[in-house]
Write a new protein. Structure first.
Length: 455
């Protein structure tokens, strides 16, 4: 039994030696040489705070406090490299895993990645076998701080084959709301499967999704999203899309929107605009821009749409149509059973054509343009059902801004109504005069559109 005791003592001593190895082997002396070599490769200043080797629980190398770039374009809190010890004597060294913790990548860093990862081989030269092969990469608590959006924190897992290509990858936000899986299908093609619960868009309007599912195929130049399904604001969205990044950013696709409630959605696009009702639409969109930051400004979108049983807050269409005093009508609300139009967005300018509004006491049709500066212009013809104006068609100019819209009868209409009242008296005279003024305005007064009655 003595030999068992001796072996135990020897193993204990070995463990103590292994645990003390990081304090015996001084690796910080290598830091300046490593910084210099990596800086020369990346053509960027590189800083490393500490370099340590540890034998327990398995042999590994730990690098703390890595920064790349003059403005810290890339920062890493800690990197742990676990080698396959048996491969160290072989021509190709094997790294079983690389764990990266607390990575922060900025927009400048993302823009420099193609240069950092470019090889030194001359065009047409045969690629050389890599002297180091990595089997897996893990990212924990990573953040992407791009130009106008931050993505993360998230974790990622990537497994690679003997040739160094990914066999599968997964990404998950640390709150568990978004998960993405990527798997190779054939050379240069990767299958993408994304799902999310109670998730908000990280860029642009903070649209909240109850759930979203996306499936597609990615290549080195684009992602084709063959299936998009989502539930949000009591309704649903389905469709297809395509994202490309070869020679700039490109985006196109089409969606089918069904029964989405606008009450909480509209304020995300305009903080002072309020509208309720259930939206149906079939938007088709496309955009090309030099970079992602300019996509929204270059967006082109068209769709017919229909809103059922809603209210537009900020202007009273019926009150404006029945007003026979000079001045604009502001405030109030317009209730409707149905509102439909064709909507077009082209580089910031929005146009509503074939606009129709239906309610129990009135109906309206017309067109409205919203400039890139959110200024309103256009014409709405309101058909009012009232005792004094039986089936009267009242032309209204549209003015103001999206946040503060204004409606007012045209100058010709007001002049005709005033003349009819003076000649034939209130009621019939007003109605006849208004119709004459409307006819005169439609034939000769198109240039008055968008001006106030006083002008």
């Amino acid at each position: 039994m003595k030999w068992i005791k001796r072996i135990a003592i020897a193993l204990g001593a070995l463990l103590v030696i292994l645990a003390a190895a990081p304090f015996v082997i001084v690796l910080d002396d290598y830091v300046p040489r490593i910084e210099k070599a990596v800086s020369a490769k990346l053509k960027e200043p590189v800083s490393i705070r500490q370099l340590r080797f540890s034998a327990l629980p398995l042999p590994h190398l730990k690098v703390d406090g890595i920064t790349i770039g003059k403005t810290e374009d890339l920062k890493v809190g800690k990197v742990i490299v676990r080698p396959d010890l048996w491969s160290l004597m072989e021509p190709v060294k094997v790294i079983k895993s690389i764990d990266i913790e607390d990575l922060v990548l900025t927009q400048k860093g993302a823009d420099k990645i193609p240069d950092w990862t470019a090889g030194d081989a001359k065009p047409g030269a045969q690629p050389k076998a890599a002297p180091i092969r990595v089997e897996s990469i893990r990212l924990d608590n990573a953040m992407l701080k791009l130009a106008k959006v931050s993505i993360g924190p998230f974790d990622a897992r990537i497994n690679l084959n003997r040739a160094g290509f990914p066999t599968d990858a997964s990404i998950e936000t640390r709150d568990g709301k978004l998960k993405a899986f990527i798997k190779p299908d054939k050379p240069d093609y990767y299958l993408i499967d994304v799902s999310a619960q109670a998730w908000r868009l990280p860029a642009g309007p903070a649209i909240a999704f109850d759930e979203i599912h996306i499936k597609g195929i990615a290549t080195s130049k684009q992602v084709h999203l063959g299936e998009i399904r989502a539930r949000l604001y009591g309704g649903s969205v389905s469709g297809k899309g395509e994202i490309g990044w070869h020679k700039g950013m490109h985006l196109k696709g089409n969606l089918n929107i069904r029964r989405v409630e606008l009450n909480s959605l509209v304020p995300l696009f305009s903080s002072k605009t309020r509208m309720s009702g259930r939206l149906d639409a079939k938007p088709v969109f496309s955009v090309s821009a030099p970079n992602a930051a300019q996509l929204l400004d270059a967006l082109r979108l068209e769709t017919p749409f229909n809103v059922q049983d809603g209210v537009y807050y900020g202007v009273d269409l019926q009150k404006a149509a029945m007003s026979f005093v000079k001045g604009e009508i502001r405030g109030g609300e317009t209730r409707f059973e149905e509102l439909s139009a064709h909507f077009a967005l082209d580089r910031g300018t929005q146009r509503l054509t074939n606009l129709k509004i239906v309610s129990g006491s009135y109906a309206a049709n017309g067109h409205v343009t919203i400039s890139a500066e959110k200024a309103l212009s256009g014409r709405i013809n309101a058909e009012i059902k009232a005792a004094k104006l039986t089936a009267a068609s009242v032309p209204l100019n549209v003015s103001g801004t999206v946040d503060s819209p204004m409606l007012f009868p045209t100058a010709a209409y007001l002049a005709g109504a005033a003349a009819g009242t003076a000649v034939l008296g209130p009621g019939l005279g007003t109605s006849v005069g208004a119709k004459v003024g409307d006819w005169v305005d439609s034939v000769f007064g198109s240039g008055s559109q968008g001006k106030s009655p006083a002008q």
